[in-house]
Unconditional design. Structure first.
Length: 145
């Protein structure tokens, strides 16, 4: 699909979102947060789990392109690292082996990744170098290599 056709296909959803943002800003930002959460979760998990569902892949690609065309949030910094910071390698490493047992009455069911993120902007801006250091510390890469 060429860029002109793709942009034409995205114009209608963008205009619908713009109207929603004007009429019900909270609802629009909630939708944006859920779409971003899906993109982030699918983008990460698809590197680890081989999905066979082409509809999920199409939805992911559609939302990724749509997010770039949506109007900005009202207020707050607009950080967009999607094309600049991306997980490219994943290493699975066994750290320990053991057994975790729960006694009756102490466990509760897990809901799964329903609250992945709200997409809200942080109150305090974070320097890109600080964010990179945090990611490097978490994934075991040194600053200089």
């Amino acid at each position: 699909m060429d860029h002109q056709a793709m942009n034409a296909a995205l114009d209608r959803p963008v205009s619908r979102f713009t109207v929603l943002q004007k009429d019900e800003e909270g609802e629009a930002e909630l939708w944006r947060g859920k779409a971003q959460a899906f993109r982030n979760l699918y983008g990460f998990l698809s590197q680890v789990i081989p999905y066979q569902d082409s509809d999920l892949e199409r939805l992911y690609v559609f939302l990724r392109h749509l997010a770039a065309k949506l109007p900005r949030r009202h207020g707050g910094a607009a950080y967009q690292f999607d094309d600049e910071v991306r997980l490219e390698y994943y290493r699975l490493q066994k750290i320990s082996e053991g057994s975790i047992s729960l006694r009756d009455g102490q466990g509760r069911p897990l809901d799964g990744p329903t609250e992945v993120g709200s997409g809200l902007v942080r109150e305090q801006p974070v320097a890109l170098s600080q964010l990179i250091d945090l990611i490097n510390d978490r994934f075991g890469r040194s600053r200089h290599g």
